[in-house]
Design a protein. Structure first.
Length: 166
């Protein structure tokens, strides 16, 4: 093949594509969330799921009472399992989008450390899984952000995320 037939590679700057980096601790006007802001964000995430789950439990209790079903009935066990599965998946979805609506409204948003974009469900699952390991380790994984230069916890490091204040 002749060299004159090759097209030059596009310049990413001219194409409008820039590669983001968190080496300067912030991206644009975004700042890393503090320990307190992250704690409030986690509480808001838990509150969001708790309120919805409480509503689901109350609705399920009304349905089971209406059909005179006991705790050992298959329908009660199915509704319980469906509720737990649904809310675990909802939490993973929300975390993949940057946090629950309460957290996003507060402004402590979970983002990809390289792009500043939401992380998606697979990485959100990994993040939640490692966060539970951090809890088993007496919360050390959560406290890790206090001395980490990028304010990352263990689950942030595993999922390659940051929590920014928007």
């Amino acid at each position: 093949m002749n060299e004159s037939h090759n097209w030059p590679a596009p310049d990413p700057i001219q194409a409008g594509v820039t590669q983001s980096s968190w080496t300067a601790v912030d991206m644009g006007q975004q700042q890393l969330a503090s320990f307190g802001q992250r704690a409030i964000g986690r509480i808001l995430d838990s509150l969001n799921v708790f309120v919805l789950y409480l509503g689901y439990v109350m609705l399920t209790a009304l349905i089971l009472t209406g059909i005179n079903a006991g705790e050992d009935d298959a329908i009660a066990q199915t509704l319980s399992a469906l509720g737990v599965f649904s809310f675990v998946m909802l939490q993973i979805y929300w975390e993949g989008q940057g946090g629950t609506p309460f957290r996003r409204g507060y402004g402590a948003v979970i983002v990809d450390m390289n792009t500043g974009q939401p992380i998606g469900m697979p990485r959100a699952f990994l993040r939640i899984f490692v966060a539970n390991i951090s809890l088993v380790a007496f919360g050390l994984g959560f406290l890790w952000m206090l001395w980490d230069p990028k304010k990352q916890t263990w689950h942030d490091k595993a999922a390659r995320t940051l929590v920014v204040k928007r």
